[in-house]
Ligand binder design. Structure first.
Ligand code: DP6
Length: 331
């Protein structure tokens, strides 16, 4: 049965990163990665199958989605329609509560919301693993936005990607950290993660192979630090992993440099705060903004300190959240 359906999916921030693919069409990673799911920040998507439409159409934050974005959306929709035995096109509308394209992964929440809403709209009952695989085919990191809490994305080995999915390893209550996003004033980022990963594929950066090997070890160390709720150990692996990813990008030819001056100032601020006793650590995605994880009792002081760094537009505060879900109002 075809029906209008709506879903919300949260954004996620990788604690150990996905940066390198073994398949650029299916978004199959070369290494596993681990992330934390953000409460509140994410994407709400409505999917309305409509037999009168000749093509799928999608509005994102009241603007029509560009052809490159639409091609990725169609890939997910076509996979769903194939399983559902339907050829009916759909009208889609989505609203982001994440600042788009600032290095905060809005594509992750977008494709997770799409997978959940569209599978319901086309009458499929899919498992979380199947939804994760579907979301991944739109954007790799979206595989991790289906589950909530602390999430592990298995790299998988199969060529069709059926074993490359994400699942929760700890729920948010296990370690209810606060998550601060220090948004650096910047123009929209110029090189998307998809483009960046293509540029940074094996061979163009002398550090790339070593980076992928490091990810295999980091994901284990990160999971242990989370299990033990050990901030010192978490800081070592999370900061080391993010810096290694950016080092790999910077060593690329041509180089990929996402940082702005305030990005570096934020790194120093977090290290100083930790030296002074605050339980916190930072990470940075493919952008200039800095994400800081901290213990709830330190959140106020850390947030104030981040906000005082020149060039910071705002500091968003959130916590570890639940996974993607259908929402009642599809209107
Ligand atoms: C730096 O998932 O946006 O945020 O698979 O090409 O859509 P595509 O890339 P995307 O890459 C995210 C890269 C990252 C690290 C991470 O989230 O693990």
């Amino acid at each position: 049965m075809l029906q209008r359906a709506a879903a919300f999916a949260p954004s996620n921030i990788a604690l150990t990163k996905y940066w390198g693919k073994r398949d650029h069409t299916l978004n199959l990673p070369l290494a596993p990665s681990l992330s934390v799911t953000l409460a509140e920040l994410g994407t709400l998507t409505v999917v309305a199958p409509n037999p009168e439409l000749a093509e799928d159409v999608m509005m994102v934050d009241d603007q029509e989605l560009d052809p490159a974005g639409m091609a990725k959306v169609r890939r997910v929709l076509d996979a769903i329609r194939l399983r559902a035995g339907s050829q009916v096109k759909a009208g889609l509308r989505s609203v982001n509560t994440v600042p788009t394209a600032r290095g905060l992964a809005s594509s992750a929440s977008a494709f997770a919301a799409l997978a959940v809403a569209a599978s319901k709209a086309y009458g499929l009952e899919l498992s979380e693993r199947e939804l994760s695989v579907l979301a991944r085919s739109g954007s790799g990191s979206a595989a991790r936005s289906v589950a909530g809490g602390y999430v592990l994305w298995h790299a998988g080995e199969s060529a069709d990607g059926s074993d490359s999915y994400a699942e929760r390893v700890f729920d948010g209550e296990h370690w209810p950290l606060k998550i601060l996003v220090a948004v650096v004033a910047d123009q929209k980022k110029k090189v998307s993660s998809t483009q960046g990963m293509k540029m940074n594929a094996a061979g163009t950066s002398p550090l790339f192979r070593a980076w992928i090997d490091q990810c295999q070890r980091d994901v284990v160390a990160c999971q242990n630090a989370l299990r033990d709720k050990n901030m010192r150990a978490l800081a070592e692996v999370v900061e080391g992993n993010a810096l290694a990813m950016h080092a790999t990008m910077m060593a690329n030819r041509p180089p990929l440099l996402y940082w702005q001056a305030p990005t570096v100032a934020l790194i120093h601020a977090v290290r100083r705060l930790r030296d002074e006793g605050a339980e916190c650590c930072f990470t940075i995605d493919a952008g200039s903004s800095v994400v800081v994880l901290c213990e709830p009792q330190d959140a106020r002081a850390v947030s104030d300190e981040l906000a005082s760094v020149p060039g910071i537009e705002e500091v968003l505060q959130t916590r570890v959240g639940g996974g993607a879900r259908l929402v009642g109002d599809a209107g």
